[in-house]
Design a protein. Structure first.
Length: 141
């Protein structure tokens, strides 16, 4: 099942999935951020965080970052088994190298039930924290 969900995820990143995150996420999805201490529960909050992350990485409708980050965000490795996937990514934000993984779990209906993001190194975490905070404040105002 996870292979089908990952195909939809990549279509979403490319702006080619009708319904976008609403199509991908289960109502009770749980999002674990490297920036926020507590888990974010539900489709609305998970959508908010994933959209903010996409905007922070400047991912455009072509699946590649736009503007000054053009061509920087890329998934480098994907490991899938059963209802689980681990996607390793690399990017650059404010001149800092960002390396991380998205750990994704789906249910048997093909909806994402858990999305966990881990980032390294520490400088990247600090930059992402500041960027995500600003992006979330901008999106919520």
């Amino acid at each position: 099942m996870i292979e089908q969900v990952m195909k939809k995820w990549h279509l979403h990143l490319n702006g080619q999935l009708p319904g976008g995150l609403d199509e991908l996420l289960a109502e009770d999805v749980v999002f674990y951020s490297p920036i926020v201490f507590s888990a974010q529960k539900g489709k609305a909050l998970t959508s908010l965080y994933l959209t903010a992350a996409g905007n922070t990485f400047n991912v455009d409708g072509e699946g590649a970052p736009s503007g000054t980050q053009a061509g920087k965000f890329r998934y480098r490795k994907e490991v899938m088994s059963g209802n689980h996937a681990v996607l390793e990514f690399e990017s650059e934000v404010e001149g800092k190298y960002v390396n991380g993984v998205d750990i994704i779990t789906c249910n048997d209906e093909g909806k994402i039930t858990e999305f966990k993001v881990m980032i390294r190194p520490l400088q990247a975490v600090n930059v992402m924290h500041a960027q995500m905070k600003a992006m979330l404040e901008k999106m919520q105002s």
